[in-house]
Design a binder for this molecule. Structure first.
Ligand SMILES: Nc1nc2c(c(=O)[nH]1)N[C@H]1C(S)=C(S)[C@@H](COP(=O)(O)OP(=O)(O)OC[C@H]3O[C@@H](n4cnc5c(=O)[nH]c(N)nc54)[C@H](O)[C@@H]3O)O[C@H]1N2
Ligand SMILES: Nc1nc2c(c(=O)[nH]1)N[C@H]1C(S)=C(S)[C@@H](COP(=O)(O)OP(=O)(O)OC[C@H]3O[C@@H](n4cnc5c(=O)[nH]c(N)nc54)[C@H](O)[C@@H]3O)O[C@H]1N2
Ligand code: SF4
Ligand SMILES: [Mo]
Length: 728
């Protein structure tokens, strides 16, 4: 740099799954700019408007630097030792009196964007030995994991679209141009999508809204929310009835293929046209085009996993990719080969599903947690195993999970709440004690999770930019201290080892990374990847390293007991009866006729916009300024029939609750559908969010219903929720 006191720091942005490289310029300790890191081999200089919010987060006076305690006089700063002492006393007392399960845990989304929380948080919560573990997974991607467990043998064995080499991409229930991609880490996804078109291919969206991604797509098809399983069954049906099934190289790895035709036989394209809203001819065309493309991939995301038939959809998406020979192949859906492989090659990986069930509604556990739709009832229902205290870490369930009103009532009844968060927001305002971790720029980073979902194999280690504030603790230290204090009967061997290392002040996540890379696929010079990667080397590469395109992982990547992909797992087959009950199949006209409906009844769906990060970046003025974005999108014909005009407010009511908000009228949404973004609903008492509270908005999850779940996984239904919309 020319000016001597200006320095440059390179790291990855940890705000979303795209993991873009960023360049931060500083004068002294003052951030003067945040830009894309052009030398990052993966993101190549791309960033979105959110990256700059890292600076606001760093400087935010509302961000906690010290533990606080709720007192009758308001929030008071307390010392770390007092905070830990009180927390341990409370939580130990509650567990001693009411049993292990009386302490519940909720881990929010930023956990997976935080190295310390991934390693130490998860270990601590495991050590608590409570069955009452919940996370954002069950308002997000639980059905993806369930399909991966039952078909491929491991929850993390998630197929990733090979977007850079495909010729045909079918996108269902995702809006990557705004979300920047999910379970598809693909920085600058817009450029990658356009590249499909430049090489002569095409991509198509299927969505109840004509989204920002649809706008640049070759074609868009509206689909009635909640009916994607029908569409997929019809697509599979069409493959069989037209001799288009061709598993290709996958043939030797699959079993139960012979069961599929009978399962799909009632679902012709004609029979699902009316319910889905997609004419049979369009369905047939999609399948024909998909099969004609040399390389094709079907990609589905949150619009269809937070959906009444989310598990069925995720099974059928995998099935469709397999039946067309597009799994584990260039340009299809592939498995990644990350530098640190959290899956390993242990065979069989073991079925981490339904080993035990929740107390009240008997929801199955998946990967050792229950669906968060069960949380309120587990707090509110008396009896053995009732939750009496909660630990919420890096999450805001009082805005982000279904039926906020009921969960709030539940939180008000708890004996103790601990939050591990740097904001006093809609959830942590219910805490007795809040322990604040350092900001993202005050810690080192490596994307343990998202390298598993990346469309290229890639690794990047980021050093901490700033020393954490004086007297503060790293998130690792917070969890270690809690583990040490909470260890049953003194402390376990493991906790002892942790404690010892803590005292030696040598305990860091970096040790875990070094070991992981050493065990991983790029460590030995003679490995098939022909590299010699070590953590030491990676830590010196300030722009990260490209480890090549996705590679075939078969057959060793299939982790089921017999090493074969299960095409018709019993649980999915059985769940077809639930679908049949809701949508009895009958042949209708092949042109989708509009289904008659009562004029006030709508299906609620969500919406993301480029300047949101779920519920928690709204205290940055840049993220909230401008016109109100927390609006209800409805079709002009619907606006007419309920008698409202642009900018007026409507009342939206569901079984769970009601709210009032401004409408935005647009023909970019299907008639009969209303879209409300989530993450808003600030302005509550006792929070400390000066900017967010002035741009409060309303919480869509006041309408979503904890009783409405994808029964198989228990994942919450956030898309396709029945609501009534009326003029105020
Ligand atoms: N209706 C509807 N609801 C939805 C969705 C939807 O599409 N529609 N989407 C769902 C999805 S996909 C998700 S992932 C969830 C998200 O839901 P949650 O994970 O419950 O909530 P977030 O809004 O991500 O809140 C994250 C919290 O973590 C804190 N935080 C940030 N970084 C750190 C850190 O490094 N350490 C710690 N300890 N805390 C930190 C923030 O201050 C904030 O309080 O919302 C879900 N809810
Ligand atoms: N700017 C921004 N980016 C984000 C986030 C954010 O809050 N803001 N959150 C991050 C997180 S945690 C996640 S998990 C990802 C999610 O990333 P995406 O999965 O891309 O999420 P959405 O943008 O909500 O897209 C879901 C789409 O599904 C559509 N949809 C709704 N119901 C149905 C249905 O029944 N069928 C079909 N076919 N489509 C339906 C919706 O209209 C919407 O366009 O985004 C991440 N990126
Ligand atoms: S796309 Fe995601 S990772 Fe990239 S700059 Fe934006 S928030 Fe950060
Ligand atoms: Mo998410």
């Amino acid at each position: 740099m020319t000016t001597s006191n200006v320095r440059t720091h390179y790291r990855s942005c940890n705000l979303c799954e795209a993991i873009c490289g960023i360049e931060i310029r500083l004068r002294g300790d003052e951030i003067i700019s945040i830009r894309g890191d052009k030398k990052d081999p993966f993101s190549k200089g791309h960033i979105c408007p959110k990256a700059v919010a890292l600076q606001d987060l760093q400087n935010d006076p509302d961000r906690l630097r010290k533990p606080v305690k709720k007192t009758p006089q308001g929030w008071q700063e307390i010392s770390w030792s007092e905070a830990f002492r009180e927390t341990a006393k409370k939580l130990r007392g509650i567990q001693a009196e009411f049993g292990r399960d009386s302490v519940g845990v909720y881990q929010g989304n930023p956990t997976v964007h935080n190295l310390d929380a991934m390693i130490f948080g998860v270990s601590f919560f495991r050590q608590l030995k409570t069955k009452n573990r919940y996370s954002a997974t069950s308002v997000d991607q639980l059905p993806h994991h369930l399909a991966a467990i039952l078909m491929f043998g491991h929850a993390l064995r998630l197929p990733i679209p090979d977007i850079d080499r495909t010729d045909y991409m079918l996108i269902m229930g995702a809006n990557p141009v705004v979300s920047n991609g999910s379970i598809m880490t693909a920085p600058n996804v817009k450029k990658r999508l356009k590249a499909i078109q430049s090489r002569g291919g095409q991509f198509i969206t299927i969505d109840p809204r004509f989204t920002e991604t649809s706008k640049i797509a070759d074609r868009h098809l509206f689909i009635r929310p909640g009916t994607d399983a029908l569409l997929l069954l019809a697509m599979v049906n069409y493959l069989f009835s037209n001799g288009l099934v061709d598993c290709g190289h996958l043939h030797e790895y699959v079993e139960q293929l012979e069961q599929i035709p009978a399962l799909v036989k009632d679902y012709s394209p004609e029979s699902v046209a009316e319910e889905t809203g997609i004419p049979a001819l369009d369905i047939k065309l999609l399948v024909k085009e998909f099969c004609a493309a040399e390389k094709a991939v079907l990609y589905a995301r949150i619009g269809v996993s937070t959906h009444e038939f989310g598990s069925l959809v995720n099974w059928l998406v995998n099935l469709f990719n397999i039946l067309t020979g597009n799994l584990d192949t260039k340009g299809g859906a592939m498995f990644t080969t990350p530098a640190i492989d959290l899956i390993g090659d242990k065979k069989p990986a073991g079925k981490k599903h339904a080993r035990y069930h929740s107390r009240v509604s008997q929801y199955p556990e998946t990967i050792s947690e229950f669906p968060v739709a069960a949380l309120a009832e587990e707090i509110l229902t008396p009896g053995k195993g009732q939750i009496k205290a909660m630990i919420v870490a890096a999450g805001n369930p009082l805005l982000s999970t279904p039926n906020n009103t009921q969960l709030e009532k539940a939180f008000n009844s708890l004996e103790f709440v601990l939050s591990i968060d740097f904001y006093i927001n809609e959830t942590s305002r219910h805490a007795d004690i809040i322990l604040p971790p350092p900001s993202p720029l005050e810690r080192s980073h490596y994307d343990l999770a998202f390298n598993h979902f990346a469309v290229r194999n890639y690794a990047r280690y980021s050093h901490a930019l700033f020393e954490k504030a004086k007297g503060s603790l790293s998130e690792a230290e917070i969890y270690l201290e809690l583990a040490y204090l909470m260890a049953p009967g003194g402390f376990t061997e493991k906790a002892k080892a942790w404690a010892k290392l803590k005292f030696l002040k040598t305990f860091k996540a970096e040790g875990f990374l070094a070991k992981g890379i050493k065990k991983g696929p790029y460590a030995q010079p003679k490995s098939q990847n022909n590299r010699d990667l070590s953590f030491k080397q990676l830590a010196k590469l300030e722009h990260g390293i490209d480890l090549g395109p996705l590679q075939s992982r078969f057959p060793e990547g299939i982790l089921t007991k017999n090493g074969k992909i299960q095409l018709a797992p019993k649980k999915f087959v059985a769940d077809l009866a639930r679908l049949q009950l809701k949508f009895p199949t009958e042949i209708t006209d092949s042109l989708a006729a509009a289904k008659p409906r009562e004029k006030h009844s709508f299906l609620l769906i969500g919406r993301r916009d480029p300047r949101t990060c779920n519920s928690w970046l709204h205290n940055s003025y840049r993220m909230v300024k401008g016109k109100n974005r927390c609006t209800a999108l409805i079709h002009p014909a619907d606006a007419d029939s309920i008698g409202i005009v642009q900018g007026q407010a409507v009342k939206v009511t569901s079984r769970a609750g009601s709210l009032e908000l401004e409408v935005a009228i647009s023909n970019e949404i299907m008639p009969g559908v209303i879209s409300i973004p989530h993450g808003w609903g600030h302005g509550k008492a006792n929070t400390r969010l000066d900017i967010a509270n002035q741009h409060a908005g309303v919480s869509a999850n006041q309408l979503t219903d904890e009783k409405l779940v994808d029964v198989l996984s228990g994942n919450a239904v956030l898309n396709g929720v029945p609501v009534e919309v009326t003029r105020i």
